[in-house]
Design a protein around this ligand. Structure first.
Ligand code: SAM
Length: 291
């Protein structure tokens, strides 16, 4: 299921095109994890996953940090963070958001970095690397190189925590949009996207990325000589029935109970393709018998 890379299409997935997209739509990214129930649940699942894998006092490289919601979570855990992103505009937003949260002391520095080339950082320089919200989904043909870079910069038994866009979860969450798209461009385009996960096959689309299945995510990790130690979907029961979920959210004890259940469901092997994103934790070296 590897992409063939349709370079002739408008959203070509080059670093420059992705950077321009995130520079231009910077503010849209700011409320992605707060504006609706699927986003808020996704934030909570990602937050719990970080809490499970990142330890206080760790030095963490955050890749594709964006406006900083997870920088603040990492600071709350007690990590020391090198914040990076492909987009300078996102780094500016990150500085503002983290300062407003009163935790800028946890940031060692901020700099532009591309997940495909982390040569600025020595081998094993970090206890953990966090790449949430899809930097790997923008690496296209260089995703294996990007994954190898993430693994290289963590110390032995250090951890890589990342999320990628989910193929089947996106189809599930955006079924009407996908159906409209096929009506416009033909089912062959939809077939190609579902076969490769590569949105560059959609003519004229502005936001391009590569969506993954859980099996492909595991293959990406093991292809870099690393092992998956944990996995989760970002949503399972939180993409539909939104009016009902809003009534639960309005009742904090019931909402907390729902979120606990949802986190358990999302982590189940059978659910990992079911949300808009797939989360994974990986460590250097072969399987040690956990995960
Ligand atoms: C969807 S946002 C996620 C932001 C944040 N990590 C979160 O989960 O809320 C994706 C971020 O990845 C950055 N990005 C895209 N391609 C990248 C690349 N090749 N290397 C590093 N960052 C990249 C974008 O600029 C953007 O800020």
């Amino acid at each position: 299921m590897r992409s063939t890379g349709p370079k002739d299409l408008p959203g070509d997935g080059s670093a420059e095109a992705v950077r321009q997209y995130y520079d231009r739509f910077a503010e849209q990214e700011e409320d992605r994890l707060t504006k609706d129930i699927p986003g808020r649940v996704s934030f909570d699942i990602h937050r719990r996953f970080l809490a499970r894998h990142i330890k206080p006092g760790w030095r963490v490289l955050e890749i594709g940090a964006g406006p900083g919601r997870f920088t603040v979570v990492l600071a709350g855990i007690g990590a020391q963070i090198v914040v990076t992103d492909l987009s300078p505009v996102q780094l500016t937003l990150n500085a503002e958001f983290v300062a407003a949260a009163g935790v800028d002391h946890a940031v060692e520095r901020r700099e532009v970095a591309d997940v495909r080339d982390l040569s600025a950082y020595p081998d094993g320089a970090f206890d953990a690397v966090v790449a949430y919200g899809g930097p790997l989904s923008y690496a296209f043909e260089q995703e294996q190189q990007a994954m190898a870079e993430l693994i290289r910069v963590v110390r032995p038994r250090g951890v890589v925590v990342a999320s990628v866009m989910s193929l089947w979860g996106t189809w599930r969450a955006r079924l009407p949009g996908v159906t409209d798209l096929e009506a416009k461009h033909g089912t062959a385009v939809g077939d190609q996207v579902l076969r490769t996960g590569d949105l560059r096959h959609v003519p004229g689309i502005e936001h391009v990325c590569r969506m993954y299945t859980w099996a492909e995510t595991v293959a990406l990790v093991t292809g870099s000589g690393a092992s998956v130690i944990d996995g989760s979907a970002s949503n399972w029961a939180s993409l539909h029935d939104l009016d009902f979920l809003a009534s639960l959210e309005a009742d904090p004890p019931r909402w907390r109970h729902f979120l606990d259940r949802e986190a358990t469901a999302c982590a189940a092997e059978g659910a990992r393709d079911g949300g808009t994103h797939i989360l994974f934790a990986a460590e250097r070296g072969p399987e040690r018998g956990r995960g």
